[in-house]
Design a protein around this ligand. Structure first.
Ligand code: PBG
Length: 334
């Protein structure tokens, strides 16, 4: 087609120099956009690498606290804590989930005391605590029972808030849990505890390395989470989920995984204008790491472009295992 605007309009004019490229840049990435998920283990001065996630380590609480300080100094606003529960603490009723002296609760208290200005988010779901690796309480057929599970999730969420968690992150995908948790928090005076709902959490195959990291993969075996996590083919259903969670009192909503689901992030941002987050998950991290280790991609620019793309899609923040590295890279570039 003949372009009658040319040469009146030359798109390349604005791209010519760094100053005009910077002036017209629509989206930017900074450390303030990042949330670092961290894995915590029992013990003292213990660190264990996660095989399928090079660069990610499970840390005992003392080392987690030291790392949290560094993360905070880099300008990262929040971490998300995931406990690696010893096998002997797992059960059918997942009672360890709401143990006030459980690993997650102790980790929250320790980090909050040492680095009070750093936001702490916790994961509300039962998979690290069940012998079968499902996110809830199951019946004799292995079906996850919604309402029975919520009773346990409520206790878990309250125990996190009491330990000092700033943000509760229900990642379990039970129906109605946000309202129940919200009301319980209100009743106990935790009126400012924020809830980041994993609203559009898909039954994704990208969570494999995470399940290795928290040690739930072996428990889950060939099981799957299709009766509660969303079907990857669905788009409108994500909007339905977000509408419910916001109505039930969620302050923030999340889409998970990240890159393959950025269309969902954009839909949600357009529709609700609420604080929206995306989880760049373990499998996505593993793919970038593997390609970088092979020398097939240049890790730093690819990662920063990936995270920027999440923001461009409409995310206000990104949960990513790259948070610390990305913050360091951005600081070095200044
Ligand atoms: C637990 C939970 C999972 C992730 C975060 N919270 C795994 C799952 O649902 O099986 C995955 C995070 C990742 O892959 O990085 N409910």
């Amino acid at each position: 087609m003949l372009n009658r605007q040319f040469p009146i309009t030359r798109m390349r004019r604005m791209r010519k120099d760094d100053f005009s490229r910077r002036l017209m840049r629509e989206t930017t990435l900074s450390a303030s956009d990042l949330i670092l998920p961290m894995f915590v283990i029992e013990g003292h001065n213990e660190r264990e690498p996660v095989k399928s996630m090079p660069g990610v380590e499970r840390l005992s609480i003392d080392l987690l606290v030291a790392e949290a300080k560094e993360v905070c100094e880099l300008g990262i606003p929040m971490i998300a804590i995931f406990p690696v529960t010893p096998l002997e603490a797992k059960s059918l009723d997942a009672a360890e989930a709401y143990n006030p002296d459980g690993l997650a609760q102790r980790a929250v208290r320790a980090v909050k005391e040492a680095v009070p200005e750093l936001g702490i988010m916790t994961d509300v779901a039962l998979d690290p605590f069940t012998t079968h690796g499902q996110d809830g309480i199951i019946d004799e057929d292995g079906y996850v029972l919604n309402d029975d599970t919520i009773d346990v999730l409520m206790k878990q969420a309250l125990s996190h808030a009491e330990a000092g968690a700033d943000v509760i992150g229900p990642s379990d995908m039970m129906d109605g849990r946000i309202l129940e948790i919200r009301e319980l928090l209100e009743d106990h005076g935790h009126i400012n505890t924020r809830i980041m709902a994993y609203s559009a959490k898909y039954a994704s195959s990208y969570y494999g390395p995470f399940r290795d990291a928290v040690g739930s993969a072996g428990n889950l075996g060939k099981g799957n989470k299709h009766t509660y996590q969303m079907d990857p083919g669905n788009r409108n259903e994500a909007l339905h989920e977000v509408a419910l969670d916001l109505n039930e009192g969620a302050d923030m909503v999340m889409v998970k995984p990240g890159i393959p689901y950025l269309d969902i992030v954009r839909d949600i941002k357009n529709e609700f204008k609420a604080p929206t987050y995306v989880y760049h998950v373990s499998g996505e991290y593993a793919m970038l790491k593997a390609a970088a280790e092979k020398g097939w991609i240049d890790e730093q620019p690819v990662v920063l472009e990936t995270l920027l793309s999440c923001k461009r899609a409409g995310a206000d923040g990104i949960l990513t295992y790259y948070a610390k590295l990305a913050a360091i890279w951005m600081q070095e570039a200044k």
